[in-house]
Design a protein around this ligand. Structure first.
Ligand code: ARG
Ligand code: ZN
Length: 873
């Protein structure tokens, strides 16, 4: 095990840098087998520092050609380069440090630093990739003005890009050329970007609210170039929204996006030059489903919004990551909610939070949204920092209301513009504008774990009083055995049996403008008065806090909430809870009876004309395994899979006629349009087809195949194909997958989807996984393809957990192999094994053994070893 370079970094050790870099001038010369980077750093000593401390610059895999301090070229005895640090002794307050180094982008499979992606060269620097490009103070509180000159072969790399504005370009000897870019905004190195390639460019223009024209440009390799329209449109709508909702205008004259086929994550907000995973930016109706359109729009918005929440105001250190990510996820969710349907967005966000974050918070790698220590920062780009971080921002909004929240963000952006800030700075602004004390609230930043709120009710008919007792608790998480009470906002209403909202008068900390009740103590008792019958409590409306709730409801109250709650989020939640309880019973005893309430609820939902299609689809779709598994302990994988399947079949068979009718009535021959109503129609269509096929009727599977074959857009195609793949008709499934590949093998995104469709089949196993990884379409150095196969397999609960136990050994072997190629991506997969303690022994033991196999491997990256070792602690 290689742990020599792995050390623990702690928030409490934060120290301001001894030196800063006012100006950074780079010359990047790209040659066939290596790249030369010449870096000139204009440095100042921090005036608070006494004496002349040594200067230590980060640098990984740098082949030193020359090191210079001012005019003096240093000899090898004047500097030290070891443990990824270059040490020199400047002995001055102000000096110029210059280095010339060679790097090898074409051998860089980590996809961090400068690397080759297909035919282009591009960069990824967040969090600590810049040190793979040149020696630097690679930390976000060092902000510098960059000028970047790129030189390369003119034919191979006609397009040369970096941050900011183009200032010069021209020919060079030997068929080479250069371009120089200047970014006037000081920025940390993690926001640096450089691109060289033979790229097709698509242009558009945005006029800002103050009347400035911004040139918008999207670049893609030729094979991807026909799919950029939607991203350009999304970008313009994001720019307009941020002006309107947050008063934030774009600052440079150019905004560029580059699509890259090889990318470790979704996208990156580099100043003026966003680089995207091509799967997160390229869309066309023929090749992208509604979900994909949704995701692309959200990611384009997210990266654009970072220009203020992240770039203009950046993070002091990486412990502040949620400052920019939580806030920006919150902002992009608001954008999607405003653009389409707020309820649909909220339901799917919460679903995602429960699936990805609740499980993380319950596992051995649980951490607060502001971690207090880390070994490898790349391991902390998590659902906790992002999604729970966004929930925490959302709670501030819920507590203060829109007007004060906006005053708070205005103050934050004004006060910290051009600076590297902390989460305390953000909260401080919210306190200043509102006078509200957030001291206790800040526990959300430092305490990990999902709080549970147990609610008990009682009604005193004589006094007309209804009493709610809230008791909060939070299970221990690593290094945090004991938790102090959180501030928990409960957005709520009291409903009559008919679902009418009743006026609230109570003795709790209740704000009648926002309908929010604040819980601050371990136990809070609230008495509501003036009620002549027991009301039905609709609590945590719109999921007003990231907690789990235990409340024993009578069947009748449960029915009232699931059919009549005026808050569509809570209504959905109530209905889903009924499904969970039925699955719980079936999980314990597969022969237990399915209560009639299920049929009543499906009937009521399908027949409710007030619900839009998208919400209907969300309501009647059974909770995913990813969500279910967070609710069971221990998880008996096979029992759970059978339980869910049995309920699904019951609903499928009972309503077969309705599914058939919906499958027919919701079909449309109109040209594809991506909007809330159309996407909702297709979502409900897909749900109906899926249930119909699950009923076992031959007509249904014929219908699904016909839909697949006739489809002119990817949503219809997948609605048909996925229904066939979920059936027991193996032969037909194989036939269609073969057909799909033949038709789309030249389309990168379609091939990625094809790999995931294969690995998503219920019968998928190790033999098929090996075959798929040997297929011409697979490439271990491409993260999208790895995610399409291994990611899809690992999240395919029925195949991965309810299938053969050898799956765990297989995934461990792949992690070890992948770690040699790309540690960041490999580390993500160790997470699929970390929950071994929650499974019954038949699964838990082999999962644990697979983890042990990983940690006993020599030469592991800090990325994988940190997560795998924590999982075994
Ligand atoms: N800042 C980027 C975004 O959320 C993601 C960067 C992820 N970096 C990483 N090392 N995982 O938009
Ligand atoms: Zn982000």
């Amino acid at each position: 095990m290689r742990t020599d370079t792995a050390r623990t970094i702690r928030l409490k050790d934060y120290k301001k840098p001894d030196y800063t870099i006012k100006k950074t001038d780079l010359t990047i010369q790209i040659f066939e087998n290596y790249t030369q980077v010449e870096s000139t750093l204009h440095m100042h000593k921090n005036p608070e520092v006494v004496g002349f401390p040594v200067l230590q610059l980060n640098g990984i895999d740098q082949q030193i050609q020359q090191i210079q301090l001012d005019e003096l070229v240093l000899t090898e005895s004047d500097y030290q380069y070891e443990d990824e640090l270059l040490t020199v002794q400047p002995g001055k307050d102000e000096f110029v440090f210059k280095s010339i180094t060679h790097i090898k982008p074409n051998e860089n499979t980590s996809l961090e630093g400068l690397y080759q992606s297909g035919t282009m060269i591009c960069s990824q620097c967040e969090a600590e990739g810049f040190r793979k490009i040149t020696f630097y103070l690679d930390r976000p509180d060092v902000m510098s003005v960059f000028t970047t000159r790129i030189e390369a072969d003119a034919k191979q790399y006609p397009i040369l890009l970096s941050n900011g504005n183009p200032v010069e370009q021209g020919e060079l000897a030997g068929g080479r050329h250069f371009a120089t870019w200047h970014d006037p905004f000081p920025k940390p190195s993690y926001l640096f970007a450089a691109v060289a390639g033979d790229l097709v460019r698509h242009d558009d223009v945005f006029v800002t609210q103050s009347g400035r024209e911004v040139s918008l440009r999207i670049f893609a390799e030729a094979h991807n170039a026909h799919k950029t329209d939607f991203a350009l449109d999304s970008l313009k709508r994001s720019m307009a929204w941020d002006e309107k909702r947050y008063g934030r205008e774009y600052d440079l004259d150019i905004f560029m996006i580059v699509a890259s086929d090889f990318f470790n994550m979704g996208a990156m907000e580099n100043k003026g030059l966003n680089i995207f995973n091509s799967a997160a930016v390229l869309a066309s109706p023929e090749t992208s489903s509604d979900d994909r359109f949704d995701r692309i729009e959200a990611i384009v918005a997210h990266e654009y919004f970072h220009n203020w929440s992240g770039n203009r105001v950046t993070c002091r250190d990486w412990f502040q990551l949620t400052l920019k990510e939580g806030l920006t996820v919150y902002r992009d969710s608001q954008f999607t909610a405003d653009t389409h349907n707020a309820t649909v967005k909220r339901i799917s966000d919460v679903d995602m939070l429960k699936a990805a974050q609740f499980s993380e918070d319950a596992g051995p790698n649980a951490h607060p949204i502001q971690p207090q220590e880390y070994v490898e920062i790349n391991n902390f780009y998590t659902a906790t920092v992002y999604e729970k971080g966004a929930e925490v921002i959302g709670m501030i909004h819920t507590i203060l209301g829109e007007a004060l929240f906006r005053q708070g963000t205005d103050l934050y952006f004004e006060t910290f513009d051009g600076q590297a800030a902390t989460t305390d700075d953000f909260i401080g602004c919210m306190e200043k504008v509102s006078g509200h004390d957030f001291t206790q609230f800040k526990r959300w930043y430092v305490q990990a774990g999902t709080p549970n709120v147990a609610v008990e009710e009682s009604f005193d008919a004589n006094a007309g009083q209804y009493k709610l007792t809230f008791t909060q608790s939070c299970r221990p998480t690593p290094n945090q055995p004991e938790k102090r009470p959180f501030v928990i906002p409960v957005k709520m209403a009291l409903l009559s049996e008919q679902g009418k909202e009743l006026p609230i008068s109570c003795d709790g900390d209740f704000n009648s403008d926002t309908s929010v009740l604040l819980l601050k103590e371990a136990t809070t008792v609230v008495t509501f008065s003036g009620l002549n019958a027991k009301p039905v409590a609709s609590l945590f409306r719109d999921f007003s806090a990231p907690v789990t709730v235990d409340m024993a409801l009578s069947d009748q109250d449960q029915m009232t909430l699931a059919t009549k709650d005026s808050n569509a989020f809570n209504r959905t939640n109530a209905l889903q809870s009924v499904f969970v309880e039925v699955i719980r019973k079936l999980n314990a005893d597969i022969d237990s009876a399915i209560p009639e309430s299920v049929d009543e609820l499906i009937k009521a939902t399908l027949g409710d004309g007030s619900l839009v299609d998208a919400v209907k689809a969300q309501m009647i779709t059974l909770p995913s395994f990813a969500v279910l598994r967070t609710m069971f302990s221990p998880i008996n994988a096979q029992a759970l899979a059978f339980a869910r399947e049995k309920l699904k079949r019951h609903i499928a068979v009972t309503f077969a006629e309705q599914w058939q009718q919906l499958a027919n009535s919701l079909a449309s021959a109109q040209p594809y349009e991506f909007n809330a109503a159309e996407a909702g129609r297709r979502a409900l269509h897909g749900t109906a087809i899926s249930y119909w096929v699950s009923s076992g009727q031959v007509e249904a599977i014929n219908f699904a195949e016909a839909l697949y074959r006739a489809a002119e857009n990817q949503s219809d195609r997948l609605n048909g194909l996925q229904a066939v793949l979920s059936s027991d008709d193996q032969e037909r499934s194989e036939k269609l997958l073969t057909h799909y590949y033949r038709q789309w093998k030249d389309d990168t995104q379609m091939v990625e989807t094809w790999l995931a469709l294969n690995a998503g089949q219920k019968s998928f196993d190790v033999a098929q996984a090996n075959a798929l990884m040997a297929h011409e379409a697979f490439d271990l150095t491409n993260p999208n393809k790895v995610r399409s196969v291994l990611g899809a397999f690992a999240s395919n609960f029925e195949a991965f957990h309810a299938g053969e136990v050898g799956n765990y050994q297989f995934i461990a072997e792949q992690i070890v192999k992948l770690d040699q190629v790309n540690p960041q991506v490999a580390a993500r997969f160790t997470k699929v094994l970390e929950s071994w303690r929650v499974f019954t022994e038949d699964r838990g033991v082999p999962m644990k053994q697979a983890l042990e196999m990983i940690v006993s491997t020599d030469g592991l990256s800090p990325d994988v070893s940190e997560l795998a070792m924590n999982a075994l602690k």
